[in-house]
Design a protein around this ligand. Structure first.
Ligand code: SAM
Length: 285
């Protein structure tokens, strides 16, 4: 169950889409003074070395962030994201990659809060160790739970600020994750209807994956956005990730326009074959 290690995949095409969207959403949350909470149900280790043993094994980042690195012609949403990654690579060489907790901490103001769930003991240990090196403000505003994020998030909703975002980013190695993600969003909305929920999902040849996305689109909610990026044709043997998507409940209203501008560019840049494509849908009241 615990074989998943995000370091293999850090900075790959799926992280690019997920983190570019995350950075944009945080920027939108910061436009208002009112404090907010971010709940990250599947936090990972937080920081990754791209030249480390894990990440360099398949060098997935080379076909992800590597293709955006050093470009000066990026649409705004992608330029904002790359600027964040640049902070971790000040000498211009791409060697470090921040995960969702660090991208979030970079955006939070002192009054905002971050709640992280990471169930894998090794990963949560690394996460806690990384956090210990940060300043006191970051330590005070962050809590790590080495427990199940699907279960744990419920007790935190609604956040005391009544403003917040939940990032649900499982590895889906366990096929129950599809069902549990859909249930988590439903339960979340019951407790905190005005919250923003961002679900990452893989494009894989699995019925559970398509059923989950259909289930999300059929929820009785007025505002959602669904963006997906295919980078290559599905493998003939049926395994592997040929793309990914982000489904967002109560998205910032600016996100659709930003993605409409960025996705054609991103699709061309990250294409691995002629089947590369994107979809962008929304329901807005
Ligand atoms: N959100 C991270 C980011 O963007 O940098 C990446 C997270 S990675 C895709 C998924 C993580 O969830 C793994 O580190 C895994 O150990 C952890 N995990 C798996 N099942 C979990 C559960 N039920 N609750 C909390 N964490 C879980």
């Amino acid at each position: 169950m615990f074989s998943y290690r995000h370091a293999f995949h850090a900075g790959n095409h799926a992280d690019v889409l997920k983190h570019a969207v995350l950075v944009q959403m945080l920027d939108y949350f910061n436009r208002k003074d009112a404090p907010y909470w971010v709940i990250d149900t599947h936090a990972g280790a937080g920081l990754y070395a791209l030249d480390g043993e894990w990440a360099s094994k398949n060098a997935e980042f080379e076909d992800g962030i590597g293709r955006l690195w050093g470009r000066e012609d990026l649409p705004a949403l992608l330029a904002d994201y790359v600027r964040e990654i640049e902070r971790y690579n000040p000498n211009g060489r791409l060697r470090h990659y921040p995960g969702s907790p660090w991208l979030t901490l970079d955006a939070l103001r002192d009054r905002d809060r971050l709640r992280l769930f990471e169930m894998h003991p090794t990963e949560s240990g690394i996460l806690a160790g990384n956090l210990d090196k940060l300043d006191r403000v970051n330590l005070r505003q962050t809590t790590i739970y080495a427990t199940d994020g699907f279960e744990g998030m419920k007790a935190l909703l609604p956040p005391p600020t009544r403003r917040g975002m939940v990032l649900i980013d499982p590895s889906y190695e366990d096929k129950q994750d599809y069902r549990r993600t859909l249930t988590a969003v439903k339960e979340g909305i019951k407790r905190f209807a005005t919250g923003t929920y961002a679900v990452w999902y893989p494009l894989v040849q699995r019925r559970e994956a398509t059923d989950m996305v259909r289930g999300l689109e059929n929820l009785q909610i007025k505002n959602w956005l669904n963006v997906s990026l295919t980078v290559k044709k599905p493998a003939s043997e049926g395994f592997g990730l040929h793309g990914s998507g982000m489904f967002i409940v109560n998205p910032p209203w600016t996100l659709h326009a930003a993605l409409k501008e960025a996705m054609p560019f991103l699709t061309k840049l990250l294409a691995q074959d002629e089947r590369a494509a994107f979809t962008l849908k929304q329901r807005a009241d």
